[in-house]
Design a protein around this ligand. Structure first.
Ligand code: KIV
Length: 290
């Protein structure tokens, strides 16, 4: 069920989305699987909305997917704002029926203290269609930041397991492979829930951990490369469509999108060449002399 099918108690002219972050907790209670897809501009958000995703994530993976960076680290708050504003312009449904929009807080916009984090998240919520932010990790400093954001009325989605902003510490390897690190992830997830996070993304971990954690949490556990036993799944849309230059090992594409696009364009280019040379106007000696 996409957000457009929710009962519209506040009518299509509502000034806010019906798909509030807390709605995802009701999805879990009702046993409804949650779908989250990334978007980075108005074209991708219009497609993801039309497909019926419950949530659109403006992930900082856009740094790699569309800005050509090797990691997510160079992405700035201004870039996240710019792309989230474009995502908002792509929606065509009445506001009440639009998907929930969650925006990633980029590297160093929240790790340097609570005030800076509130200002960064506030800027995204104030000037774009985002209704919530996602932060990576659950170290004591990050927990403080998350608590403050939530108290300030800013809904927060957590992100554990493989956290790409920690690439220089963790690499892109599968995380929590041993019992001790699995216990750590469980304890971090419970702390995030206690602070009031409305959902947690769990990336690239063994499914045995996902299954254990899902049962312990009242809030939804959203997996990516974490097995099927989740309350929902999140995917980078370009990966799912097979468009990415570098496909993550743990994500299977639905279609060979990149190959389909290249072949379609090659056919078009070939057709143009086969049309023959465009006749050019003969140029007189007088025109050449000027
Ligand atoms: O940035 C992103 O797209 C993400 C997803 C991989 C969950 O955080």
């Amino acid at each position: 069920m996409g957000p457009s099918q929710l009962n519209s108690s506040n009518g299509p002219q509502s000034l806010y989305r019906q798909m509030l972050p807390a709605e995802l907790i009701r999805f879990k209670q009702k046993g409804q699987s949650i779908t989250i897809l990334t978007a980075w501009d108005s074209l991708s958000s219009s497609i993801v909305e039309e497909a019926g995703a419950d949530v659109v994530l403006v992930g900082d993976s856009l740094g790699m997917v569309v800005l050509g960076h090797a990691t997510t680290l160079p992405v700035t708050l201004e870039e996240m704002l710019h792309h989230t504003q474009a995502v908002g312009r792509g929606f065509t449904l009445p506001l009440a029926q639009q998907p929930l929009v969650v925006c990633d807080l980029p590297f160093l916009s929240y790790q340097c203290g609570e005030d800076k984090a509130v200002a960064a998240a506030g800027k995204l919520l104030k000037h774009s269609c985002a209704s919530a932010v996602k932060l990576e990790g659950a170290e004591p400093e990050i927990l403080k930041v998350i608590g403050r954001l939530i108290r300030m009325g800013i809904p927060v989605m957590g992100h554990l397991g493989l956290t790409p902003q920690a690439v220089h510490r963790l690499g892109y390897k599968r995380q929590a492979q041993d019992p001790l690190s699995q216990e750590k992830v469980i304890s971090q997830a419970l702390q995030l829930e206690q602070l009031g996070c409305f959902a947690i993304v769990l990336e690239h971990v063994p499914e045995v951990l996902t299954s254990r954690l899902r049962k312990k949490l009242a809030i939804p556990l959203i997996g990516i490369g974490a097995g099927e036993d989740c309350d929902g799944q999140v995917r980078v849309t370009a990966d799912l469509l097979g468009l990415s230059k570098k496909q993550p090992s743990f994500i299977q594409a639905l279609v060979p999108g990149r190959q389909l696009c290249v072949e379609a364009l090659q056919d078009w280019i070939k057709q143009q060449h086969q049309k023959g040379e465009i006749p050019t106007k003969a140029i007189s000696q007088q025109e050449l002399d000027c």
